[in-house]
Write a protein that binds this ligand. Structure first.
Ligand code: FAD
Ligand code: FES
Ligand code: FES
Length: 1337
C-alpha cells in the first residue's frame, strides 16, 4: 500500500494542496475557517438542514464524464475530496464579478429573509441546473427537499426556481377541477375599483438568462491528474485518525484485512453523525471512492446488479431508466426502488451502510423473497460469497452477516414475475427528508391463475433493532385466496408475530402497531386493484369508495399568488414607500457575502468557549472534577461560579436567573461551567471530560399536570373578568366543558446562538459582536458581571440569522455573553462562542406547551354567552418571560370574538424542563387555539359548521374588548368576507363533502379562522425608539436605529423611510447595522413593532435634518445633496440628527382588568383545505387563502414574506413539530433529524395571500401595521381543516361523540383518531404497566 502525501482538490477553480491533512476535518470548517469562504453556513452539522450545501464535481477518466452532485459540507471529510472540484456559493457568482441567475432570481423573487439558509438553497438549485438546465417541478422539489428555511415559507424560493422550468408557472394541477390558467374558482376577484391591485411582486423580464456556457469549467488540471496520475492508495495520517483511500478492489480488501474494525465510508451520512453526535471514534477509516467494481450497473436475465458504491441519486436515475425499458410485469420491484424520495437530500449517500439501516432500503427494493431472492455479493481475500436477501440476512443472522474483512460489492435486484406484486410503504413525521416511523416491504406471488397465495413476504422497519420479517404469518397464509377473510387473518397473525412493547424506543407504539396492519391493508387493496385490471371477471376488486386509499397524497406542483394595492399613481416615482422593494441584503444573501457573527475572521490569539451542562432534571451537584479536562492540550481555562465574582444572576422579569449552577440543578441542559480552549475542537472535547457527580432530588416535575398537582407555579394566577359568567351559565341552553393540550415549539432559527467578545486593550473597553435581538440587554449584563460601566461595553449586531424571540433573554445567550466577555477580559484575548444545534435546542427552550381548559355556555343557535377559561403554560425551570406570555395570552384569548361574559385565568408552571421563552406570537398561538377549539366543539354540539358559529360570535363594528379597549371590527368582518369569497369557501365546502361521501379511506377537510391580533407591548416605555441619521459632505446618508435586522427587512424599510423623508434615492442611504454605540438603550426587537417604532424615530431624525436644510435647499432648489450638504457645513448647520419616538400610550391595570395595552389590531382570516389518509395519518395541504388587513403596506414584498413565513411556521407548530422528552426530562429532539420543521413539500399546493385595501389612517408609521407575528396563528386553519377531515371520517364510521384532538396534529394523532377495525384490533397497554419512551409535557 503506497502512501500519498498530498491531498489535491479544487475549490471554486482554485487548486488546494494539503500536505498534512487531518482526516478528522470536514469540508465545512475547512471552507469557513481555513479558506475564509464563509458563504457556506453551519446550521446543524448533521446533514439535516442543507445550509452547508456545496457542489462536488468529479471526472471519470474511463467514461470521460463529469458528474456534479450536491453535498452537505458538514459531513464531507476533506480526505474524500482528492481529485474533486468543490464549488461553493462564492464560486457561483458575486457582486464583485457576476451574479448568477440563480442568485439574482432568488433575491429578486424575495426568496430571502434572514438569508442564512440562502447559500444552501442557491447551491442545491445551481447543482440541479448544472445537470438539468430546464428542470421539471418534480426535480425542483426533490432538489430543495433537504434545504430547510425557517423564515420564508418557501413559496418565493419555489417561485424563483420555477422561472428556470420549461413549464410555465401554471399550477399544473387539476386538483379542484380547474387549473390556475382556467377561469373559475381559483381566480381571485379584483379588489374594488379605486384600489388598483398589483399582481406581481417581481418582474421576470429583467432576469438574466441562464447561460450554461458561462459556468465554471471542471479544472483541466484535475482532469489531467485523473487521466495521468498512477492510481494508488492514498493514506492521510492525522493526530488521532488515519484515512485510507484504496483505488482497487484488491487494495480495499487488503486494507479491510489489516483493519477489520475500520468502517468503509462512502457518503459519511451514517458514520459522520455517529462520530459527531454519539461519540463514536474510528482510528482508521477506509474510503474506496473510485473503485470501478463498486459502481457497476449490470442488466442481466436474473435482474439488475448495482454496485455498492453507487449513490442513492445514481440508483434512482438508473432505475428510472430501467423501468422505462422493462415490460409491465417485470417492473414492480424496480418501480418501488426508484422512489427513495426520502433520501433525496443525500444524493451522495450510498445504500449500503450498517446492516441495520441497510435493510429497510433493500426490502423497500422488494428484494425480500424466498423463492427468487435478491442477492448481495460479499467479497473478501478468501473470495466471493453471495447471500440471499432473506430473513436471515435482514435479522442479522451471523451466517448471513458481513464477516470481519468482508466487503459488500453489489446488490442484485431480480425482475418480478407475472402474478407477482411488490409494494413498499412508509410513514414519517414529515413527507420529505424524514426517517420513517414505520416502513414496510411486501410481496405476494400467485402463480398462474387461481388467486391463491403461493409466496408471501412481509417485512417491517422501525419496529425493532433490525428489520422484522413476519415469516410465520406469511407461511400460515400460503394457500389462502386473496380475500377479506385472508386479510382479517393476516392482520391478526401480523399483530401477534410483530410485537412491540409499550416502552419501545421512539414511542408512538400504538400508532406503529396500527401501521403494521394498515400497510398490509393497503397492500391488500393494491393487489386487489391490480388483479381486477388483469382479470376483471374473476377479480371484481374494490368498491369505488376504497380506491382512493391507494392514491399518492403528495403533490409537488406548488403555486401561489399575492395581491396587494399598488401605490397611488400620484406618488413620486422615486418614493419607495408602498413598493415591493427587494430585501437590501437579498443579493448578499444569495452570494454568501452577507456577514453573520461567526463569519467574522478568526482574530489573533482567539479562544473558543464551550459549555458543560447538567444531565439531570433535578439534582444536587455533589462534586465537579475539572482535572482531566484541564489537562487536555489547548485548554486554557474553565469558568466556574467562582470566576463570576459574586454576580451569578441576572433577570429582566423580577426573578433573577442564575447564570451558572454549581449546587442544585433544576433541569437537563442547565449551565454548570464553561471550558475555554485555543480551538473549538479542543474546547468541546474538554467539555465532555468534565466529571460531575449528582445526587438526584425529588420531586421531578416535568408536565403541566404534575405542576398542577404539586402547585408548582411562578407567582399567583393572572385573571381577567368581564360581565358575569356565573349568572350567564344559568340562562344558556347548553354548557360544555373541554380541554386541549398544545405542545411547545423550537425556534429553529437557522443561525445558532453566536457571539464574539473582543477586549480593546485599554480602559476595560470591550466590543461584543452577538447574534441578539436585544443588544442593550447583553451590554447591561456584561457590564454588570464585569463590574464596569455600560459605556465601556459596546454591543454590535450586523444581522441575525433568524431569531423569532429566541435571541432575547435566553440563558444561552446571556451566558455566552457573560462568560465569553469575562474570559476575554481575564485572558486579554478575543473569545468566541457558537452553540452547536443540539446544545442550542437543549439550552435555550422554546415556545411554552399549554394546557387550556374551558367551560362554555351557549344557546342552541351557536351564540356563546359565557366562557370560563383556564390557561396553564409549562414555563420550565426559570421564570424568564413566562408570566408575560400568560398575560398576553389572556389579553388575546378572545381572538376575534365578543364573549359577553367571560373569566380568564392563567398560571405559569414551574417545572424541571429547560426554561421556555418568547417565540413569535408570544402566547397568542396557544391562547387562540384554545378558543378556536372551544368554538369548534360548540359548533359540533349545535350541529352547525364552525365557520357559522365563528361568524355569529365575531366582533361587529365598534365594540369593547374584555379589558375595555375600544375596537373597530369593520375590517375584521371585511377580511372574513373577502376570505370567504377568494377561497370560494361555499363551493369548496360542497366539493369537500362530495369527496368525503365518495371516499372512505381519504377525507378532505376545510376550515376558516378569523384573526384579531392586538399589537403593542403593554407599556409606553417599552415602545420608545431612537435613531441617528448623518448626512456626509458628499451627500450620502447613514442611518442607524435601535432595531435588529433578523430577516424581517427592517433595515430595508428604514432606508425606504429615509428615502421618502429626505426625498433622495434609496441608493444614497446606507445602514451599517445596530450598535449600542450609536443608539443607546434601545428596546428589544420583537412584538411585530420593530419597523413601526424605529421607523417613526428615523422619520423624526430625517424631518429634523430636512427642516434644518430647507433654507439651503430653497436657495438652490436644483442643487444636489452634495451641494446642500457642503452649503450646510459652510453655514455651520449640523448634518447629524437623532430621532426619537416616545412610544405609544399604553397601560394595563390587572387589578381592575382595564387598560389600553395595545395600539392597534391586525385583522385577517385564513381558509385551508387538507386531505388526510385515514390509514396512515398522512395529510396534504391542498390550499390556503389568507386575507389580511395590514393598513398601508410600506413594502408589500416584505409584508407578504412575513405573513407567509409566519403562516408556515404556525402550520409546523400545529401539525408537525413535536418536541420529545424522556420520562427523566431529557430532550430527545435536538436536531433536524429528530425535530421536523416544515420543508418545501409541506407548503400548501396553492397559497394565496391578499391584503385588504387600506381604509383607515392611523398614527402608526405611514398608517402601516406590524406583521411579524400575526400570521403564525393562521397556521391553525390547517389544524382545524384536519380536524374537519377527521370528524368526517369518524362520522362515517358512526363515531358521533366529542372529538378531542391535541396539537400538534401529527400523523400519529390523525391515524389514531380515525378509529376503524384496525385500531380496534391492536393490543393496548395498561397505562402505568410500563415506562414509556417519552412523555407529553
Ligand atoms: C439527516 C439525515 C437524514 C437521513 N434520513 C434518512 C431517511 O430518510 N431514510 C433513510 O433510509 N436513511 C436516512 N439517513 C441515513 C443515511 O442517509 C443512509 O443510511 C445512507 O444509506 C448512508 O449511506 P452513506 O454512504 O452516507 O454511509 P456512510 O456513512 O458512508 O457509512 C457506510 C456504512 O456502511 C458500511 N459500508 C459502506 N460500504 C460498504 C461496503 N462496500 N461493504 C461493507 N460495508 C460497507 C460502512 O462500514 C459504514 O458502516 C439519513 C441520514 C442523515 C444524516
Ligand atoms: S449544516 Fe450541514 S446539513 Fe446542516
Ligand atoms: S431566510 Fe431561510 S432561514 Fe432565514
Amino acid at each position: 500500500m503506497d502512501g500519498a502525501a498530498e491531498l489535491v482538490f479544487c475549490v471554486n477553480g482554485r487548486k488546494v494542496i494539503e500536505k498534512n491533512v487531518d482526516p478528522e476535518t470536514m469540508l465545512l470548517p475547512y471552507l469557513r475557517k481555513k479558506l475564509q469562504l464563509t458563504g457556506t453556513k453551519y446550521g446543524c452539522g448533521g446533514g439535516g438542514c442543507g445550509a452547508c450545501t456545496v457542489m462536488i464535481s468529479r471526472y471519470n477518466p474511463i467514461t470521460k464524464r463529469i458528474r456534479h452532485y450536491p453535498a452537505n459540507a458538514c459531513l464531507l471529510p476533506i480526505c474524500s475530496l482528492h481529485g474533486a472540484a468543490v464549488t461553493t456559493v462564492e464560486g457561483v457568482g458575486s457582486t464583485k464579478a457576476r451574479i448568477h441567475p440563480v442568485q439574482e432570481r432568488i433575491a429578486k423573487c424575495h426568496g430571502t429573509q434572514c438569508g442564512f439558509c440562502t447559500p444552501g438553497m442557491v447551491m442545491s438549485i445551481y447543482t440541479l441546473l448544472r445537470n438539468h438546465p430546464e428542470p421539471t417541478l418534480d426535480q425542483l422539489t426533490d432538489a430543495l427537499g433537504g434545504n430547510l428555511c425557517r423564515c420564508t415559507g418557501y413559496r418565493p424560493i419555489i417561485d424563483a426556481c420555477k422561472t428556470f422550468c420549461k413549464t410555465s408557472g401554471c399550477c399544473q394541477s387539476k386538483e379542484n377541477g380547474v387549473c390556475c390558467l382556467d377561469q373559475g374558482i381559483n381566480e381571485l376577484p379584483e379588489f374594488e375599483e379605486g384600489n388598483k391591485t398589483s399582481p406581481k411582486l417581481f418582474s421576470e423580464e429583467e432576469f438574466l438568462p441562464l447561460d450554461p456556457t458561462q459556468e465554471l469549467i471542471f479544472p483541466p488540471e484535475l482532469m489531467i491528474m485523473a487521466e495521468k496520475q498512477p492510481q494508488r492508495t492514498r493514506v492521510f495520517v492525522g493526530d488521532r485518525m488515519t484515512w485510507i483511500s484504496p483505488v482497487t478492489l484488491k487494495e480495499l480488501l487488503e486494507a479491510k484485512v489489516k483493519y477489520p474494525q475500520a468502517p468503509i465510508v462512502m457518503g459519511n451520512t451514517s458514520v459522520g453523525p455517529e462520530v459527531r453526535f454519539k461519540g463514536a471514534f474510528h482510528p482508521v477509516i477506509i474510503s474506496p471512492e473510485c473503485i470501478e467494481e463498486l459502481s457497476v450497473v449490470n442488466h442481466a436475465d436474473d435482474g439488475l446488479t448495482l454496485g455498492a458504491g453507487l449513490s442513492l441519486a445514481q440508483v434512482k436515475e438508473i432505475l428510472a431508466e430501467v423501468i422505462q425499458k422493462l415490460p409491465e410485469e417485470r417492473r414492480h420491484r424496480h418501480t418501488i426502488v426508484s422512489e427513495p424520495r426520502q433520501s433525496a437530500s443525500f444524493p451522495n449517500s450510498r445504500f449500503p451502510r450498517d446492516l441495520v439501516e441497510l435493510f429497510p432500503k433493500f426490502w423497500k427494493f422488494g428484494c425480500l423473497v424466498e423463492q427468487m431472492p435478491g442477492k448481495v455479493s460479499f467479497l473478501s481475500t478468501e473470495g466471493e460469497r453471495q447471500i440471499p436477501l432473506n430473513e436471515q440476512f435482514l435479522t442479522k443472522c451471523p451466517s448471513a452477516d458481513l464477516k470481519p474483512g468482508e466487503i459488500l460489492v453489489s446488490v442484485n435486484i431480480p425482475y418480478s414475475r407475472k402474478w407477482e406484486f411488490v409494494s413498499a410503504f412508509r410513514q414519517a413525521q414529515r413527507q420529505q427528508n424524514a426517517l420513517a416511523i414505520v416502513n414496510s416491504g411486501m410481496r405476494v406471488f400467485f402463480g398462474e391463475g387461481g388467486g391463491i397465495i403461493r409466496e408471501l413476504s412481509i417485512a417491517y422497519g422501525g419496529v425493532g433493532p433490525t428489520t422484522i420479517c413476519a415469516k410465520n404469518s406469511c407461511q400460515k397464509l400460503i394457500g389462502r385466496p386473496w380475500n377479506e377473510e385472508m386479510l382479517d387473518a393476516a392482520c391478526r397473525l401480523i399483530l401477534d408475530e410483530v410485537s412491540l412493547p409499550g416502552w419501545a424506543p421512539g414511542g408512538k407504539v400504538e400508532f406503529k402497531r396500527t401501521l403494521l396492519i394498515s400497510f398490509f391493508f393497503k397492500f391488500y387493496l393494491k393487489v386487489s386493484q391490480i388483479l381486477k385490471t388483469m382479470d376483471p371477471v374473476r377479480y371484481p376488486g374494490l368498491a369505488d369508495k376504497y380506491e382512493s386509499a391507494l392514491e399518492d397524497l403528495h403533490s409537488r406542483n406548488h403555486w401561489g399568488t399575492s395581491k396587494y394595492q399598488d401605490v397611488d399613481p400620484k406618488q413620486l416615482p422615486q418614493d419607495p414607500i408602498g413598493r415591493p422593494i427587494m430585501h437590501l441584503s437579498g443579493i448578499k444573501h444569495t452570494t454568501g457575502e452577507a456577514i453573520y457573527c461567526d463569519d467574522m475572521p478568526v482574530l489573533d490569539g482567539e479562544l473558543f468557549l464551550a459549555f458543560v451542562t447538567s444531565s439531570r432534571a433535578h439534582a444536587e451537584i455533589v462534586s465537579i472534577d475539572l482535572s482531566e479536562a484541564l489537562s487536555l492540550p489547548g485548554v486554557v481555562d474553565i469558568v466556574t461560579e467562582e470566576d463570576l465574582r459574586g454576580v451569578n444572576s441576572f433577570g429582566l422579569f423580577g426573578e433573577p436567573e442564575k447564570l451558572l449552577e454549581t449546587q442544585e440543578v433544576s433541569c437537563v441542559g442547565q449551565l454548570v461551567c464553561a471550558v475555554v480552549a485555543d480551538s473549538e475542537v479542543q474546547a468541546k472535547r474538554a467539555a465532555k471530560r468534565v466529571k460531575i457527580v449528582y445526587q438526584d432530588l425529588e420531586p421531578v416535575i416535568l408536565t403541566i399536570e404534575e405542576a398542577i398537582r404539586h402547585h408548582s407555579f411562578f407567582q399567583g394566577e393572572r385573571k381577567l373578568e368581564y360581565g358575569n359568567v356565573d349568572e350567564a351559565f344559568k340562562v344558556v341552553d347548553q354548557i360544555l366543558e373541554g380541554e386541549i393540550h398544545m405542545g411547545g415549539q423550537e425556534h429553529f432559527y437557522m443561525e445558532t446562538q453566536s457571539m464574539l467578545a473582543v477586549p480593546k486593550g485599554e480602559d476595560q473597553e470591550m466590543d461584543v459582536y452577538v447574534s441578539s435581538q436585544f443588544p442593550k440587554y447583553i451590554q447591561d449584563i456584561v457590564a454588570a458581571t464585569l463590574k464596569v460601566p455600560a459605556n465601556k461595553i459596546m454591543c454590535h449586531v450586523k444581522r441575525v440569522g433568524g431569531a423569532f424571540g429566541g435571541k432575547v433573554t435566553k440563558t444561552g445567550i446571556m451566558a455566552e455573553a457573560v462568560f465569553a466577555a469575562g474570559t476575554a477580559r481575564r485572558h486579554g484575548c478575543p473569545v468566541r462562542c457558537i452553540l452547536e444545534r443540539g446544545e442550542d435546542m437543549l439550552i435555550t427552550g422554546g415556545r411554552h406547551p399549554y394546557l387550556g381548559k374551558y367551560k362554555a355556555g351557549f344557546m342552541n343557535d351557536g351564540r356563546i354567552l359565557a366562557l370560563d377559561v383556564e390557561h396553564y403554560c409549562n414555563g420550565g425551570s426559570t421564570l424568564d418571560e413566562s408570566l408575560f406570555v400568560i398575560e398576553i395570552g389572556l389579553l388575546k384569548v378572545d381572538n376575534a370574538y365578543k364573549f359577553p361574559n367571560l373569566r380568564f385565568r392563567g398560571w405559569a408552571c414551574r417545572t424541571n424542563l429547560p426554561s421556555n421563552t418568547a417565540l413569535r406570537g408570544f402566547g397568542f398561538p396557544q391562547s387562540g387555539l384554545i378558543t378556536e377549539n372551544c368554538i369548534t366543539e360548540v359548533a359540533a354540539k349545535c350541529g352547525l359548521s364552525p365557520e357559522k358559529v365563528r361568524m355569529m360570535n365575531m366582533y361587529k363594528e365598534i365594540d369593547q374588548t374584555p379589558y375595555k379597549q375600544e375596537i373597530d371590527a369593520t375590517n375584521l368582518i371585511q377580511c372574513w368576507k373577502e376570505c370567504m369569497a377568494t377561497s370560494s369557501y361555499s363551493l369548496r365546502k360542497v366539493a369537500v363533502e362530495k369527496f368525503n361521501s365518495e371516499n372512505y379511506w381519504k377525507k378532505k377537510g376545510l376550515a376558516m379562522v378569523p384573526l384579531k391580533f392586538p399589537v403593542g407591548v403593554l407599556s409606553t416605555a417599552a415602545a420608545q425608539a431612537a435613531a441617528l441619521v448623518h448626512i456626509y459632505l458628499d451627500g450620502s446618508v447613514l442611518v442607524t436605529h435601535g432595531g435588529i435586522e433578523m430577516g424581517q427587512g427592517v433595515h430595508t424599510k428604514m432606508i425606504q423611510v429615509a428615502s421618502r423623508e429626505l426625498r433622495m434615492p434609496m441608493s444614497n442611504v446606507h445602514l451599517r447595522g445596530t450598535s449600542t454605540e450609536t443608539v443607546p438603550n434601545a428596546n428589544v426587537s420583537g412584538g411585530s413593532l420593530v419597523a413601526d417604532l424605529n421607523g417613526l424615530a428615523v422619520k423624526d431624525a430625517c424631518q429634523t435634518l430636512l427642516k434644518r436644510l430647507e433654507p439651503i435647499i430653497s436657495k438652490n432648489p436644483k442643487g444636489t445633496w452634495k451641494d446642500w450638504a457642503q452649503a450646510a457645513f459652510d453655514e455651520s448647520i449640523s448634518l447629524s440628527a437623532t430621532g426619537y419616538f416616545r412610544g405609544y400610550e399604553s397601560h394595563m391595570n390587572w387589578e381592575t382588568g382595564e387598560g389600553h395595552p395595545f395600539e392597534y389590531f391586525v385583522f385577517g382570516a385564513a381558509c385551508s383545505e387538507v386531505e388526510i389518509d385515514c390509514l396512515t395519518g398522512a395529510h396534504k395541504n391542498i390550499r390556503t387563502d389568507i386575507v389580511m388587513d395590514i393598513g398601508h403596506s410600506i413594502n408589500p414584498a416584505l409584508d407578504v414574506g412575513q405573513i407567509e413565513g409566519a403562516f408556515i411556521q404556525g402550520m409546523g407548530l400545529y401539525t408537525i413539530e413535536e418536541l420529545k422528552y424522556s420520562p427523566q426530562g431529557v430532550l430527545y429532539t435536538r436536531g433536524p433529524d429528530q425535530y421536523k420543521i416544515p420543508a418545501v413539500s409541506d407548503v400548501p399546493t396553492e397559497l394565496h395571500v391578499s391584503f385588504l385595501p387600506p381604509s383607515q389612517n392611523s398614527n402608526t408609521l405611514y398608517s402601516s401595521k406590524g406583521l411579524g407575528e400575526p400570521g403564525v396563528f393562521l397556521g391553525c386553519s390547517v389544524f382545524f381543516a384536519i380536524h374537519d377531515a377527521v370528524r368526517a371520517a369518524r362520522q362515517e364510521r358512526g363515531l358521533l361523540g366529542p372529538l378531542k384532538l391535541d396539537s400538534p396534529l401529527t400523523p400519529e394523532k390523525i391515524r389514531m383518531a380515525c378509529e376503524d377495525k384496525f385500531t380496534k384490533m391492536i393490543p393496548r397497554d395498561e397505562p402505568g404497566s410500563y415506562v414509556p419512551w417519552n412523555i407529553p409535557v
